[in-house]
Design a protein around this ligand. Structure first.
Ligand code: E4P
Length: 217
């Protein structure tokens, strides 16, 4: 079970690392566009915070041969890169070649069980279904994760599920219960996951009572 942060923002990532429970970062072209610096610098800066972090970086080419070249370059940017490839026939053709070169891939923009099956058969190490974007259009993102997990378990597929596009803290636990291997969350959802009013009031009471304990001289 792993939690990733869905951001390229260094402050958010530092806060997440300090919080102790994130082991990776996911990016996409939209996320990178918010940081106002070149992609390569974004990735190197993130890796400098913690070289063990898994970092997902997305190709922007659309043709297989260009995606493959781009993926080779991206994979050399830092220690622990997974290249995100879009869920298209050209994308899956690239995944096949990249897996033979031991470049790890995550097929992104997955919205159906058949897309997940196709990506896994092509050799994807990970797939990233966008749970929130399905919920946004009144479809059932959680149910998609359940179906994919069922197929991957029955078929003993090695591809791991990264649930992405997360909108609420509550959905994180539901996604893990449904078999997600990784959930990637925005910074605000990670912070909300730590919170419970009973933790705060319980801690306050412990502190108050501790003051009443006589201290050794
Ligand atoms: C991460 O890998 C995805 O690109 C991201 O979670 C998409 O989130 P959004 O639907 O909030 O843009």
């Amino acid at each position: 079970m792993q939690i990733f942060l869905d951001t390229a923002n260094l402050q958010e990532i530092s806060k997440g690392i300090e919080g102790g429970c994130i082991s990776g970062v996911t990016t996409n072209p939209t996320i990178i566009s918010k940081e106002n610096k070149p992609l390569q610098k974004c990735i190197r800066d993130i890796s400098a915070l913690d070289p063990d972090l898994t970092i997902l970086v997305e190709v922007v080419s659309l043709e297989a041969k260009d995606m493959i070249n781009e993926a080779r370059q991206l994979s050399r940017l830092a220690n622990n890169i997974i290249v995100k490839i879009p869920m298209t026939s050209q994308g899956l053709a690239s995944v096949r070649i990249l897996s033979q070169e031991n470049i790890r891939t995550a097929v992104t923009l997955v919205f159906s069980c058949n897309q997940a099956i196709a990506a896994s058969c092509a050799g994807a190490d990970y797939i990233a279904p966008f749970v929130g974007r399905l919920d946004d259009i009144n479809a059932d993102g959680l149910n998609l994760i359940k179906s994919i997990k069922k197929v991957f378990t029955i078929q003993n597929a090695g591809t791991k599920i990264i649930s992405a596009s997360i909108r609420t803290p509550q959905s994180v636990a539901e996604l893990f219960i449904s078999g997600s291997d990784i959930v990637t969350v925005p910074g605000n959802i990670l912070q909300a996951m730590y919170k419970h009013p009973l933790t705060d009031s319980g801690l306050q009471k412990f502190s108050e009572d501790w003051c009443k304990v006589p201290k050794e001289l």
